[in-house]
Design a protein around this ligand. Structure first.
Ligand SMILES: [Zn+2]
Length: 319
């Protein structure tokens, strides 16, 4: 990206931000952000809205009867509406977003990140660090506007090095993903386009490396080859952002071995899911889940029948 273009973004973004905030006043709606504390850090879940997906897509290898039993127990229908929860972290030194949501790629119910940041009184120009867990469209679509301009013009972008190399390779393929070839090609094209858009501002990182003080990448491969979770620590308090290790608080949390159709390596993803969730449950760590019901903050406990139960936190009303 040329310097002139960057300068243009810096002036364009606040206008878009303001317009988005104004648009919100016309229609009644619920809160699109939720603030909470983690030690000395101020965090917020910023909603990017919801997607719509068939429940069967999260359980590619089970019978309809097995899936129906879970949906009935979880009071869910055959179409799920996974949330897209973006974690904002203000460490006092850095203002961080983890992933960028869908942008204009997720339909009318998604792509709400800028609107909800505005409602939370956070400007995109304030974000100095944007950490990407993996390069799927619902996580990197919101890096740019439809014209390809960066929406977080002052950010440094942190991408797992394995993830960067996988998608930017000239011969990417997704042989184990059980989606139509056309859909796979779209996923690949979006990853390449969005990573290319940030390439002049990227720092690649490795797992177990501290990205900024208080934030460390955890190995979590399978959903994509370079997919990571993140550990955030402030004083005695800690949280694990599980990104797309687990997609639903019912189907995949109760049955970590059930395989969503979009995992790059379903076996590896299931092994990652089981081991990371087990550790979180044993350590009783606070968990943040990108696709769980808003605001995606809670704990997990082992279930007698196998898998884990989701225990959402009580809201903190005083920031
Ligand atoms: Zn996702």
């Amino acid at each position: 990206m040329k310097t002139g273009a960057l300068a243009a973004i810096a002036t364009a973004v606040p206008v878009a931000w303001y317009t988005a905030a104004q648009a919100q006043t016309s229609k009644p709606r619920n809160a699109g952000f939720y603030r909470f504390k983690l030690g000395q850090f101020n965090l917020a879940t910023i909603s990017d809205g919801v997607l719509a997906a068939p429940a069967a897509a999260f359980a590619g290898d089970v019978t309809p009867e097995q899936l129906q039993a879970v949906l009935r127990q979880g009071f869910q229908s055959e179409t799920l509406t996974p949330d897209c929860n973006i974690l904002f972290v203000d460490t006092g030194t850095h203002k961080v977003l983890i992933d960028s949501g869908n942008g204009n790629l997720g339909g009318d119910t998604a792509g709400k990140l800028l609107e909800n940041l505005a409602l939370a009184k956070i400007s995109p120009t304030d974000i100095d660090t944007l950490v990407i867990t993996h390069a799927h469209p619902d996580h990197v679509g919101g890096l740019t506007d439809p014209a390809g301009m960066l929406l977080f013009p002052n950010a440094r972008y942190y991408v797992p090095s394995v993830e960067w190399q996988f998608w930017m390779d000239s011969k990417v393929s997704l042989p184990k993903v059980r989606m139509p070839e056309e859909a796979k090609q779209t996923v690949i094209a979006v990853a390449k386009k969005q990573l290319t858009a940030i390439q002049d501002r990227v720092t690649q990182f490795k797992v177990n490396q501290e990205i900024i003080p208080g934030m460390t990448a955890l190995s979590a491969p399978g959903h994509t080859p370079g997919h990571v979770a993140l550990r955030i620590v402030s004083g005695e308090a800690s949280l694990v952002h599980t990104a797309d290790v687990v997609h639903t608080h019912t189907i995949n949390l109760w049955n970590p071995d059930w395989q969503p159709i979009f995992d790059a390596d379903p076996e590896q993803a299931a092994a990652t899911r089981q081991s990371l969730l087990e550790k979180i449950a044993i350590d009783r760590t606070l968990m943040f889940a990108y696709h769980f019901p808003f605001p995606g903050v809670g704990h997990i406990t082992p279930r007698e029948a196998g898998g884990f139960d989701w225990e959402p936190v009580s809201w903190q009303f005083e920031g």
